[in-house]
Write a protein that binds this ligand. Structure first.
Ligand code: TXA
Ligand code: MG
Length: 331
């Protein structure tokens, strides 16, 4: 079993020792938990792909303490990056930039760009401070599973990883992953919607291109079947919820806004009606729904009101596209 530990100074020191020895450490960020290794240790990078069952062509995000550390990994850093990081760092924004040759190809799955992000969670920052260098860290879930927003989610996904140390930083505040922004273009492109909203990015940059299915190839980890529980997920409009439930004899798990819409034998998991709290709870609710072991998860479609709802909708539509017969492609 992995070890979940309180993030005391001695636990952080122990985690730094593990990282220096080429091992992985799971740590909290404000978005989701990450599974970190030394960006410059090729064997440790391999370990991450093995542990997660992650396809070899899916690049990792390098977590840094600050702009100074980020700049050590990239070839170019322009004033747009300065403006963005001033506004969003530390926080849920990842920038994709051309990498320096000293960054191992394994850290970026062979891409000549690297994704960099300074996380805001104090435990992540203490770990980065102690380690003194960049940590490459995907979300700490098995490939194809929902990202973890609590330490016990990580332990559940890696139950057989005996010496894995998990720093417990409590539940993640943002709850969905960072926004990934491709800065190699004249007009920056959002490759993955996330904690930093497009509206906020537009305020800083002016023009920003939004995610579209065509752009999936540019960020391999964003194919539709990501972020999915094992139970099939169906998104449903509020208006159709009651008739759908009435028509089903098999009990279903329902992520909904109003418990009175969900009669027995179905099981309701109540979701907040504002985007921030919805995002914070979403992955935990999906894991809870999954654990009920029912035949179907129904998710009542939230409002489509831009901002953080856009990232929520992105995750919901990916979760609901997974088909049980399809192989899972994830990171
Ligand atoms: O919030 C987050 O970003 C979390 C926490 C732990 O920081 N991390 C996370 O990492 O979600 P991961 O590996 O699960 O997702 C990283 C995403 C993937 O979609 C990947 O394809 C994309 O970032 N990415 C990484 N490097 C890239 C690159 N060089 N070019 C394009 N996309 C890249
Ligand atoms: Mg992930």
């Amino acid at each position: 079993m992995p070890r979940i530990v309180e993030p005391t100074d001695s636990a952080i020191a122990q985690a730094v020792g593990q990282l220096r020895a080429g091992k992985a450490v799971a740590f909290p960020t404000e978005t989701v938990y990450g599974l970190g290794v030394d960006t410059f240790n090729i064997t440790a990078l391999e370990l991450i792909y093995q542990l997660k069952g992650r396809p070899a062509d899916n690049p990792l995000i390098a977590h840094v303490l600050d702009v100074e550390q980020a700049r050590e990994l990239v070839l170019e850093w322009d004033e747009r990056c300065d403006r963005l990081t001033k506004m969003f760092w530390p926080g849920p924004l990842t920038l994709v930039l051309p990498k320096i040759s000293a960054v191992p190809a394994r850290a970026t799955a062979g891409h000549d760009t690297i994704a960099v992000r300074a996380p805001a969670h104090p435990v992540a920052r203490r770990l980065l401070q102690g380690f003194g260098s960049s940590l490459s860290a995907p979300s700490a879930n098995r490939s194809g599973r929902v990202s973890p927003t609590r330490a016990d989610h990580v332990a559940a996904d890696f139950a057989d990883a005996d010496d894995l140390l998990i720093l417990d930083g409590g539940p993640c505040q943002v709850g969905i992953e960072s926004t990934v922004l491709d800065m190699t273009q004249e007009v920056p492109r959002v490759l993955r919607a996330g904690g930093a909203t497009i509206e906020q990015l537009q305020q800083v940059l002016g023009e920003v291109r939004s995610p579209s299915m065509i752009e999936q190839a540019a960020s391999p980890g964003t194919s539709p079947s990501h972020y999915a529980p094992a139970t099939p997920v169906e998104l449903i409009d509020s208006k159709q919820l009651q008739s759908r439930l009435a028509a089903s004899r098999d009990p279903m798990a329902v992520l909904c806004f109003d418990v009175t819409n969900v009669p027995p034998p179905h099981q309701a998991i109540i979701m907040p009606d504002d985007a921030e709290h919805y995002a914070r709870k979403l992955y935990m609710a999906m894991r809870q729904a999954d654990a009920l072991g029912l035949s179907q998860i129904l998710i009542e479609r939230p409002p489509d009101a831009g901002h953080l709802w856009r990232a929520v909708h992105d995750r919901l539509s990916r979760a609901s596209k997974k088909h049980p017969d399809q192989p899972v492609i994830d990171f």
